[in-house]
Design a binder for this molecule. Structure first.
Ligand code: PMP
Length: 453
């Protein structure tokens, strides 16, 4: 048993002792749910089991054992508006009383559509019930208009439950990401995968003209944070244009860059843009936008409907509840009152403060770790330099230290995304919240020193 294993045992014992009610709830959950919690994602917490939430408010969560946490996980971005933000809660309550879902638009949708175009730049939008569904819809349209079968993604990506994106490079071939089961599907028939920041590999992969779309974040946030190299996005835009490949930019996480996301801020012009999670304040909703050109090509294949023709084509894009009145009302509240330029300014300042605090501790202790920041989002990684691609992460990732840090955080009242060490700020996050993290991170480093790690 390594020193780190021993320390982790200690933290998990402490966690169990201090969370008797959550532990009992988790035991009971095993009787009713396939993987213990209502979603299988809820089982990944490093304490050994999740805390059960009593109440979440602003940047804090109180659990059923009465303990308080500063929440930097924020529902893995779904809670980026802060928990129970007043504007969203009021909009939701108003709309709940006026009807949730009718298969008919409300006039709020007109405001939302205009605002999405103003923020993100693309002229036409569709709502879905999740970011996953928005990605699926965008891929479907890309295949329809190009007549090509394949989706190209970068190794280490995550775009939700989109099968085509469940791949990574293994020995130069398409393999399954993170041990996801292949489900009897030959992924190499539907996907191509190359390393992020590798222009030559991208050029080779697109040269066969069998790729309908490249689906990517503008920089990668789901395998630690992988910054984008200078010139890569320009090359990506140029190569996709030259090969007639649709460029789908997924801003579900990188919306942390600012009110219009990373692409807008950096002058990247995607053919389609996807977002979700926080976009309606945590009420399930996703969006995708398309360019004028994509819309016109699509309208040729699937014309706007003539209700006299009963058999007119539909898109086959899911979501009976998509664009419902509740999601529209809360999306309006988010765009109008919560994810505003002023709030972004504060969130980004707090993210910088957290990053600086962590960097100072790393530097003082001469640790081979680094910190990256993208707007309101920060990542600590246990490797000396930011990775250039998924292969760098696979080669250098310290899963044992990550788990230990996360278990320690939970015992010290800090929540981060359980999948890697990612911190997100919301409008109510305070400098005190950030400083609490800095103090806890300092104690973690001291713990490692004492143990001789
Ligand atoms: N895109 C990105 C970049 C994501 O990180 C995720 C989820 N982590 C999704 C899409 C899918 O979001 P959802 O699970 O809410 O559908």
């Amino acid at each position: 048993m390594t020193v780190i294993d021993r320390l982790l045992d200690r933290e998990q014992d402490r966690f169990k002792r201090e969370h008797p009610r959550s532990f009992a709830d988790w035991q009971e959950g095993q009787r009713h749910f396939l993987y213990g919690g209502p979603s299988h994602w809820m089982r990944r917490w490093a304490g050994g089991f999740p805390i059960y939430v009593d109440e979440a408010s602003g940047a804090h969560i109180r659990d059923v054992d009465g303990r308080d946490y500063v929440d930097f996980c924020l529902g893995d971005t779904g809670g980026m508006c802060g928990h129970a933000p007043e504007a969203v809660t009021n909009a939701a309550m108003r709309q709940l009383r006026r009807g949730v879902t009718t298969m008919l638009p409300t006039e709020d949708s007109l405001w939302v559509g205009a605002e999405l175009t103003r923020r993100f730049g693309l002229p036409y939008w569709t709502l879905t019930t999740s970011a996953t569904d928005a990605n699926r819809g965008a891929i479907r349209i890309a295949r329809m208009i190009t007549g090509r079968p394949k989706v190209l993604v970068f190794s280490g990506c995550y775009h939700g439950g989109v099968e085509e994106a469940h791949v990574e490079l293994r020995d130069g071939r398409v393999g399954m990401r993170n041990m996801i089961h292949p489900n009897g599907v030959d992924h190499s028939a539907v996907s191509k995968v190359v390393e992020f920041n590798d222009v030559e590999a991208l050029e080779r992969a697109l040269s066969d003209h069998d790729v309908a779309c490249v689906l990517t974040e503008p920089l990668m946030t789901n395998f630690g944070m992988i910054p984008v190299a200078d010139g890569f996005l320009e090359a990506l835009r140029d190569l996709t244009r030259r090969t007639g490949t649709v460029l789908i930019i997924d801003e579900t996480h990188t919306i942390s860059s600012g009110p219009g996301g990373y692409a807008r801020l950096n002058g990247l012009e995607p053919d389609m843009l996807v977002a979700g999670k926080a976009i309606a304040g945590g009420i399930p909703a996703g969006i995708f936008g398309v360019s004028q050109e994509i819309a016109e090509r699509l309208w040729v294949i699937v014309p706007k409907v003539d209700p006299r023709v009963r058999q007119s084509a539909h898109l086959g894009i899911g979501g009976t509840l998509a664009g419902n009145a509740l999601a529209i009302a809360t999306m309006r509240a988010v765009l109008e009152e919560v994810l505003t330029p002023e709030n972004f300014e504060r969130m980004i300042a707090n993210a910088s403060r957290l990053a600086e605090g962590a960097r100072a501790i790393i530097a003082e202790n001469r640790l081979p770790w680094h910190v990256t920041q993208i707007g309101a989002r920060v990542e600590i990684m246990f490797m000396p330099e930011p990775p250039r691609n998924g292969a760098d992460v696979i080669a250098a990732r310290r899963g044992d230290l990550e788990t230990l840090l996360h278990a320690f955080y939970m015992n010290e009242g800090i929540l981060v995304t359980p999948f890697h060490t990612m911190f997100l700020m919301c409008p109510p996050t305070t400098t005190e919240d950030v400083d609490r993290h800095t103090a806890v991170f300092g104690r973690f480093v001291a713990l490692l020193r004492e143990a001789g790690v």
